[in-house]
Design a protein around this ligand. Structure first.
Ligand SMILES: [Zn+2]
Length: 168
């Protein structure tokens, strides 16, 4: 559930994130809480903060006017949170849903994170041909999503170059 609004340092709304990701951004000093829930607090061993409803990034991130985030292998792994689309275990490779040998493209909608074993097993076949159904459908992240996915994982290398320069 994405329930926390993220503002750029300039206060423009960028996107929404899960509460967990919002808290991580605040704890990593990448964002500050602009508006908190009036009553709820998050408490842990070394943690006691109000539940954020709105956070604001500490650094201004320039988001060019683009409809699509540029595709990259690392971007696909970050989007899929390093989980294999076929078995759910840790993924280290990127699989083409429609294999390149059959004309499949390097695109957000045709690529998924995959463990090396499943990637090898699927080989040059579609999920139907290999009888390996996708656990979830690939999606196209917005540029703001791509940035927030990467920020949440502290994985600046996965940022598209045009975002890495402003966020790193
Ligand atoms: Zn797998």
């Amino acid at each position: 559930m994405r329930d926390t609004l993220v503002l750029n340092a300039s206060f423009e709304p960028l996107s929404t994130v899960t509460l967990n990701r919002a808290v991580v951004l605040v704890l990593q000093d990448k964002a500050v809480v602009e508006q908190a829930h009036p009553e709820l607090r998050m408490r842990g061993a070394a943690l006691d903060i109000p539940v954020p409803r709105v956070i604001r990034l500490c650094r201004y991130v320039r988001v060019p006017f683009r409809r699509q985030a540029p595709w990259s292998r690392r971007g696909v792994l970050v989007r899929d949170r390093h989980r294999c689309a076929y078995c759910g275990r840790r993924a280290t490779t990127v699989d083409h849903v429609v294999p390149r040998a059959q004309g499949g493209q390097d695109s957000w909608l045709n690529t998924v994170a995959s463990c090396a074993e499943d990637n090898h097993r699927k080989a040059d076949r579609t999920p139907e041909q290999a009888q390996m159904p996708l656990l979830r459908q690939p999606f196209e992240p917005t540029p703001a999503d791509a940035m927030l996915l990467a920020l949440g994982q502290d994985d600046y290398d996965a940022l598209p170059e045009w975002l890495a320069q402003s966020a790193a």
